[in-house]
Design a protein around this ligand. Structure first.
Ligand code: PRP
Ligand code: MN
Ligand code: MG
Length: 184
């Protein structure tokens, strides 16, 4: 693949993200108050930064687990086929579960994962997405909690990649192509 030519414009600062996660943390604590233990499930790879910051805001008994789901690969287009590349380590039957996603775009990934996890009969299952792009939705699903609603821009950073790059940016940026978009 040819090296993509693009620049990244700042969209949501690290400070705004941290402030929003603090608020979300309080809401989640209240909602799950009295839980024996909350199983927080990060969807790899995109949510690894978000889940790390989020669990450190939660004054609850927490177990962290991961599930790897991929639908984009190195493309900018959803394949609409969600592949489970790594399943949970733990059991979730009868337990309180919070699924952590970095972004809900078409909705295929979260919809697929929620369907899979519900079939294991957790006591309660809720979802949180740092970003939501409602204008792109193809499957009717909404996270219980959303950090920020964003317009239809290709975003990177804070865990989110463009062809596996830029996940390490501490802020959310939007990709602006400076030449032709490379073929997927
Ligand atoms: C991205 C993102 C979400 C999903 C959202 O994951 O992290 O999981 O796509 O898109 P959707 O709502 O259209 O399904 P990706 O498949 O790129 O895998 P990654 O998390 O490993 O980057
Ligand atoms: Mn993902
Ligand atoms: Mg990706």
């Amino acid at each position: 693949m040819a090296q993509p030519s693009y620049v990244i414009d700042r969209m949501i600062s690290a400070k705004s993200i941290a402030a929003r996660i603090e608020t979300l943390g309080r809401e989640i604590e209240t909602s799950f108050a009295g839980t024996e233990k909350l199983v927080v499930v990060g969807l790899l790879r995109g949510s690894f930064v978000f889940i790390a910051d989020l669990v450190r805001e939660l004054d609850l008994d927490v177990e962290v687990d991961f599930l790897e789901a991929s639908s984009y690969g190195n493309s900018t287009q959803s394949s609409r086929e969600v592949r489970i590349l790594k399943d949970l380590r733990g059991q979730i039957g009868g337990r309180d579960v919070l699924v952590v996603e970095d972004i809900v775009d078409t909705g295929f990934t979260l919809h697929h994962v929620v369907g899979l996890l519900r079939s294991r009969q957790p006591r309660r299952l809720e979802t949180i997405a740092l970003l939501d792009k409602p204008s792109r939705r193809e499957v009717d699903i909404r996270a219980t909690w959303t950090g920020f609603e964003i317009p239809d821009e290709f975003v990177v950073g804070y865990g989110i990649d463009f062809a596996q790059r830029n996940r390490n940016l501490p802020y959310i940026g939007k990709v602006r192509f400076t030449e032709e978009e490379p073929a997927a």
